[in-house]
Ligand binder design. Sequence first.
Ligand code: FAD
Ligand code: FO1
Length: 455
Amino acid sequence: MVHPQRIRSLNAAPRRPGPVVYWMSRDQRVHDNWALLHAQSLASGRRQPLAVVFCLAPEFLGAAWRQYAFMLKGLREVEETLRGRGIPFFLLQGEPVATVSRFLQEVRAGAAVCDFSPLRLVRGWRDGVAAQAKLAVLEVDAHNIVPGWTASAKAEWGAYTLRPKLHRLLPEFLEDFPPLAAQQTPWPDPPPAPDWDRLLAGLAVDRSIPEVNWLTPGEEAGRAKLEEFIARKLSRYHQDRNNPTLDGQSDLSPHLHFGQLAPQRAALEVSRRAPGGEARAAFLEELIVRRELADNFCLYNPHYDQFEGFPDWARRTLEEHRRDPREYLYHREEFEAGATHDPLWNAAQREMVVRGKMHGYLRMYWAKKILEWSASPEEALATAIYLNDRYELDGRDPNGYAGIAWSIGGVHDRAWPRRPVFGKIRTMTLAGLRRKFAVEAYIEKIAATCGLPRK
Ligand code: FAD
Ligand code: FO1
């Protein structure tokens, strides 16, 4: 049912009699979820009941109200959909290792299934639970089409080294999902539905960052967004995706980040229905190769969010240019307020702060300018990660750490002709962008839709 290579053990403890628990974290959806499907097959194989548990951590990589509200509204839908199949959903709160370990003991679980994320914090949670559990704890990569550990056993140099490995394996892994069955063996005493309104009202997170109003959270809305993209935008994706004055991107990243839409579902539907080869190829390159390269980076590079994580050539060139005079120098607060001398950079920052999703093409420029205008590469990296993870709805994601490391530290890129401050790191200039798209039109668009930056 679930391809065996999507599954790996996190401890040596045996499977025991008793219910099966799926600890949901990255893949917050009912349909198209290999971890949930595997947990269900373990349960029904032994006539045991299945339950899903989600542990709400008090803090997650700087996430604020904007992100928690989007996530919790999606989880509310998950709970209702699971209830319709007789599968209980337990919403726990607290430090995940202690909280989930206690839950597994209380329900006398016989086996636990986790989904997969390469992020250090989340891996620490899973390893912590697996280390103290007396029962088998399994991990299923329900996010990548080709499981991260199958695609490659090491950190890949770039898209050009990972792409052939993925393309060779796609026929085996880009398969359709079986439907999730209804619960056969009922859970003895299913919990009442969480009091979502009270939970949202009581959430102790930074509420200064408002929810976005242009995107509906949840699994159903994520699927509708995919359908809208295929119907309305996909045919021009290769032409429009890098033009910030157009609405050419899919806008799927928030639903993909929270696992409310499976990347594999997007790949299946686009592969089957894309009109032209070029549009389909361009989208699948981003959705499969670029996204799985980011997971590969975070899975195999322990310093994915640090200067040490940059390749040797990049660290050396940034060292050589550490003392170069900075024509402009800003601190984090000035970046955050979008108060630089560059109206394009300020507009991109504004789009991220107000809309919660900066255009993909400008994210490269945005991060590279932070390198150019910060006192050191380390400070630039910390500022870019802080702002990205605080304001982007799709932040706190391997794609972000890889995207920022590409922009500032040459990860997955090559050396370019030497420039002040950058050394051999690829630069991007305002003049260069003016040749690519109508910069003023973008600035106008943001001023009209997101208001002008605070002076
Ligand atoms: P589309 O162009 O419609 O792409 C569809 C999907 O393909 C995306 O949702 C994503 O899953 C994948 N994809 C597209 N471009 C990339 C890429 N460069 N790397 C990896 N996967 C990609 N992406 C995030 O999800 N979260 C982030 O926090 C994030 N931060 C970034 C920071 C910087 C400095 C850079 C250069 C890139 C960052 N990206 C991040 C990658 C990319 O910009 C976004 O995934 C994309 O803009 C999301 O919008 P979309 O879904 O409409 O994109
Ligand atoms: N995963 C959890 O298991 N518990 C949480 O409380 C939680 C909060 C959270 C907030 C913002 C965000 O962007 C992600 C969050 N996630 C949480 C993790 C997420 O589902 C993914 O596992 C990670 O982003 C790794 O890709």
